[in-house]
Write a protein that binds this ligand. Structure first.
Ligand SMILES: [Zn+2]
Length: 175
C-alpha cells in the first residue's frame, strides 16, 4: 500500500479543489478521512484476522460497496440538506465515493502485498492492476527509514504528491 499520508494527500487535493468552488469547507477534512478510512482494516493484523478473509486488509473495507456505504454515511451526516437522489445528493455522493475509491485504486497500483477485493462481499477475489508504479510501503519504522523507505517516498512523490499538488495549484489558480 502507499503510505497513509499519501492517501491523505489525494483526499486533501480533491477536498481543496472542491472547496474552492463550494462554500462548505468541511469538504477538506471529510475528503481526507474518506481517502484514508479503508485502511481501518489494518487493525485486522492486530486482531488476528487473516489477510485473505472478508475483513482482512484490503478486503471489504477497500471494496466498491464499502465506498458506497461510506459516501452515503458522510452525505447523510454532513450534507442533510441534499435530498435523496437530488442533483446535489448525487454530486456529494459521487465526490466522496470517488475519493474513497481512490484508496483501493492506489493500493491496486502498488507492487507488493495481496490485491484489493473490489467486489467484496460478493467475491473475495483480489485485484492488482497490470501497471504498478507504486512501491509497497514498509510496515516497520526501521524499514521506513531504510533504502526501501527512500524508494517508496520517491515513487509516491512522483505518482501521488506531484499530481495532487498540481490539482491544488490549478484549482486555486482557476477558482
Ligand atoms: Zn489500503
Amino acid at each position: 500500500m502507499p503510505s497513509l499520508v499519501s492517501h491523505a494527500v489525494v483526499g486533501l487535493a480533491v477536498g481543496i479543489a472542491i472547496s474552492t468552488k463550494h462554500p462548505d469547507h468541511s469538504f477538506v477534512w471529510l475528503s481526507v478521512i474518506a481517502s484514508c478510512f479503508p485502511d481501518i482494516d489494518g487493525l485486522s493484523f492486530a486482531l488476528g484476522i487473516p489477510y485473505k478473509s472478508l475483513f482482512g486488509h484490503r478486503g471489504f473495507f477497500h471494496s466498491i460497496l464499502f465506498a458506497i456505504l461510506l459516501s452515503s454515511t458522510i452525505v447523510y451526516l454532513y450534507f442533510p440538506e441534499a435530498r435523496l437522489f437530488s442533483v446535489s445528493w448525487f454530486f456529494y455522493e459521487s465526490i466522496f465515493f470517488l475519493i474513497t475509491m481512490s484508496h483501493g485504486i492506489l493500493d491496486a497500483m502498488t507492487a507488493g502485498g495481496m490485491g484489493v477485493a473490489f467486489f467484496s462481499p460478493f467475491s473475495q477475489k483480489r485485484y492488482l492492476f497490470p501497471w504498478k508504479p507504486l512501491v509497497a510501503c514498509p510496515l516497520t519504522l526501521k524499514d521506513f527509514f531504510s533504502e526501501w523507505g527512500k524508494i517508496v517516498a520517491k515513487s509516491e512523490f512522483m505518482w501521488i504528491w506531484l499530481p495532487s499538488f498540481a490539482i491544488i495549484v490549478l484549482s486555486i489558480w482557476f477558482k
